[in-house]
Design a protein around this ligand. Structure first.
Ligand code: GAR
Length: 192
């Protein structure tokens, strides 16, 4: 079975949807959940008997510790993970780390652009659409090759929280679809 590691920093609603989807689809399994702080989302891992590891986002060896913990998995999924991975993991897991970002990249991305800040900036810009992006992770923040995007209308959204909720619903669908696609592709490659 295709095995993924899921990295989180917050409430873990994307993790929850991946857990549900992994059970429904039977295409991949979540081998480990890693948090870079005491994230609320860890509860989803413990409630579903998924091994988890809590690291310290201020630890200079964070990326190396993540690499040690994900070894043996096929894909690393950043699902609301707010630390920036650096060094060896980006080499060893080249094209095997993906991230979900709550905007239509390349717009409203880059270091410091995360969570509500993204939705604030989108509303301020007056754009009629927003959305989310699943992309590969490389050395440049939010700039790796795109995998999948979904759009939502910003119409009628008056607060960043409102837009965030709208985009988050799409994120769950988009991230699980992207992981299914990569799992099918990875499993097919393994069979050849
Ligand atoms: C999601 O909106 C995700 O796109 C965002 O954090 C939220 C996590 O929600 N990630 C970033 O902003 C990364 N740049 P969740 O913990 O409920 O899945």
């Amino acid at each position: 079975m295709y095995r993924i590691a899921v990295l989180i920093s917050g409430t873990g609603s994307n993790l929850k949807s991946l857990i549900e989807d992994s059970k429904a689809a039977g295409l991949y399994e979540i081998a480990i959940v890693i948090a870079d702080r005491n994230a609320k989302g860890i509860n989803h891992a413990s409630e579903n008997s998924i091994p988890f590891l809590v690291l310290d986002r201020k630890d200079p060896l964070l990326s190396d510790k993540v690499l040690d913990a994900v070894k043996g998995t096929d894909l690393v999924v950043l699902a609301g993970f707010l630390s920036i991975l650096k060094g060896q993991i980006l080499k060893e897991y080249k094209d095997r780390i993906i991230n979900i970002h709550p905007s239509l990249l390349p717009q409203f991305g880059g270091e410091g652009m995360y969570g509500l800040k993204v939705h604030e900036a989108v509303l301020k810009s007056g754009k009629l659409i927003s959305g989310c992006t699943v992309h590969y992770v490389n050395e440049d923040v939010d700039a790796g090759r795109l995998i999948l995007q979904s759009i939502v209308s910003t119409e009628g959204a008056t607060t960043p929280e409102e837009l965030q909720a709208r985009v988050l619903g799409k994120e769950h669908e988009t991230l699980t679809t992207a992981v299914r696609m990569l799992a099918m592709e990875g499993s097919a490659r393994g069979m050849r």
